[in-house]
Design a protein around this ligand. Structure first.
Ligand code: XIL
Length: 477
């Protein structure tokens, strides 16, 4: 019996009340272990950066998260007793063959369609290009004075639905959030994003199944044998992927596995899985994920792979070998955290193209373009224009590469962006002003999409785009 079958049976049993699960509250978030170079790693997130750490503390690893205890999702998640996908209200579950591709979090009647305004980004996104953003919450947000934006701010959620056709859990699917204690899963925050996506016709990029950062302390500081770690990892991957089978279209299966050194060496020390289980474990992670959701596209994802360079070469070589071995690797994600302090790599598209030529999907997974800011947290006009141009060039590259079908912006308001926390003195990296007014960066994406789909006349003449035409001309873009 496949684990999916197991899961469905379990869900059916839950619905009919045959099984009871202890839905006890989950303990508050424990402190999270940091690997030594956590604080420094993204300082280096642009070629040419000297890597001067300077960051007071590690992004996202704020320790006690201050989130309310989660009802409903705790308890023993081990297989085969793993509850996996819940019997969503009104869904029968337990039918082994019927709704294989149906997301368990879909509303009655299936994923809801969404009527987008003509001047929104999502109105110009289709199967060839999904335009995404993050569901902000967890991570560095827990250190901020505002409550988590996604669960607590209806305007923010409305804005996401109006503008984007894809969404990523910024932090809520990372190990420290979803697997806070050994044997205990907390899916409450992650489920809410999935339900939202289903209710607003959005795809999801799942982020991330394995990483060296934002892991819980019980894992990083635990005393597990390699065999135990392997079992923990397999159970985690199967539990999380099966729960969201049919809901999550792309998974970041292995995040940031290479370093930024000249040879792009594998993170054999800081990545617990590679350190303890060897690099071969990557094959297994992809295979387990594929078994649990054969439809999901399985990705590598990293920063500083925004062109032909040592790090993207390392991925290229690794993926080639894995494909030769029949490992189900389907995609390569370029995070694309850019800074106006550094140049733009002219080989951006060429890099995506070579992965495309391997038969892979590619995606722009976390784009933001930051720059030095003034006392109003604003870049110079010149940098703003330059940032807009970079957004457009990256989108254009993705549009031109056949199987680059997903373009995700890492934040919609600067107030929620990870940039000011992680790169002190830099900011202004996202698409909107604090009151959701559109920046040139937003408008240039709108223009690029419209021109790509409907031609330059549509952009230049349609009244729907008048606002952005004005914003771009004022910004001299
Ligand atoms: C960041 C989040 O945006 C922050 O909220 C968190 O504090 C740290 O992580 N590469 C990744 C993302 O793959 O998971 C990171 O997200 C940004 C860099």
């Amino acid at each position: 019996m496949s684990s999916r079958t197991t899961t469905r049976r379990f869900a059916a049993a839950l619905c009919t009340g045959l099984l009871t699960v202890s839905w006890g509250a989950v303990a508050a978030q424990p402190a999270v272990a940091h690997s030594d170079d956590d604080a420094a790693q993204w300082q280096n997130a642009t070629p040419g950066n000297s890597g001067d750490a300077g960051r007071p503390d590690s992004p996202g690893n704020s320790g006690d998260a201050g989130r309310p205890d989660s009802p409903g999702n705790s308890g023993n998640a081990g297989r085969p007793e793993n509850p996996g996908k819940p019997g969503a209200p009104g869904r029968p579950g337990g039918d082994d063959d019927a709704d294989q591709d149906q997301c368990a979090f879909a509303p009655e009647g299936g994923r809801t369609s969404y009527e987008a305004d003509r001047d929104s980004l999502r109105a110009h996104s289709d199967d060839d290009i999904r335009i995404g953003n993050v569901a902000a919450g967890g991570g560095h947000h827990t250190d901020e004075e505002y409550p988590d934006p996604f669960p607590d701010d209806a305007d923010y959620r409305e804005h996401l639905a109006e503008e984007f056709s894809s969404i990523t859990h910024e932090n809520y699917l990372k190990w420290e959030f979803v697997h806070p204690e050994e044997g205990v899963y907390d899916f409450e925050a992650a489920d809410a994003v999935v339900e939202f996506a289903q209710a607003h016709d959005m795809d999801i990029r799942g982020h991330a199944l394995s990483w060296h950062s934002q892991n819980p302390e019980w894992l990083e500081e635990g005393d597990h044998s390699p065999e135990e770690l392997r079992a923990i990892l397999e159970e985690h991957v199967r539990t999380v992927v099966s729960r969201y089978a049919g809901c999550i279209q792309q998974w970041d299966v292995a995040n940031e596995i290479f370093r930024d050194d000249a040879d792009a060496t594998i993170r054999g020390e800081e990545n617990i899985w590679i350190r303890e289980l060897g690099v071969e474990i990557l094959d297994d992670i992809f295979r387990w994920a594929h078994e649990e959701d054969p439809e999901a596209l399985l990705f590598y994802n990293d920063y500083n792979v925004d062109g032909l360079n040592a790090k993207s070469d390392a991925y290229y070589g690794l993926v080639q070998e894995q494909l030769d071995r029949g490992v189900p690797v389907h995609g390569f994600g370029a995070q694309t955290h850019l800074s106006m302090q550094y140049g733009f790599d002219e080989t951006y598209r060429e890099n995506l193209e070579r992965f495309d030529a391997l038969g892979l999907h590619t995606a722009v997974t976390e784009i933001d373009v930051r720059g030095e800011v003034d006392e109003h947290d604003r870049m110079s006009d010149e940098d703003r224009a330059g940032a807009a141009e970079r957004y457009a060039r990256v989108l254009q590259a993705c549009l031109e590469v056949e199987n680059c079908n997903s373009f995700t912006i890492w934040g919609t308001l600067d107030a929620h962006s990870w940039v000011p926390n992680t790169f002190p003195g830099e900011g202004d990296a996202t698409l909107h002003e604090g009151d959701y007014e559109r920046k040139p960066t937003y408008c240039i994406l709108q223009r690029t999409l419209v021109e790509h789909q409907e031609g330059t006349e549509a952009w230049a003449e349609d009244a729907a785009f008048e606002e952005c035409r004005g914003i771009l001309s004022e910004a001299s873009v």
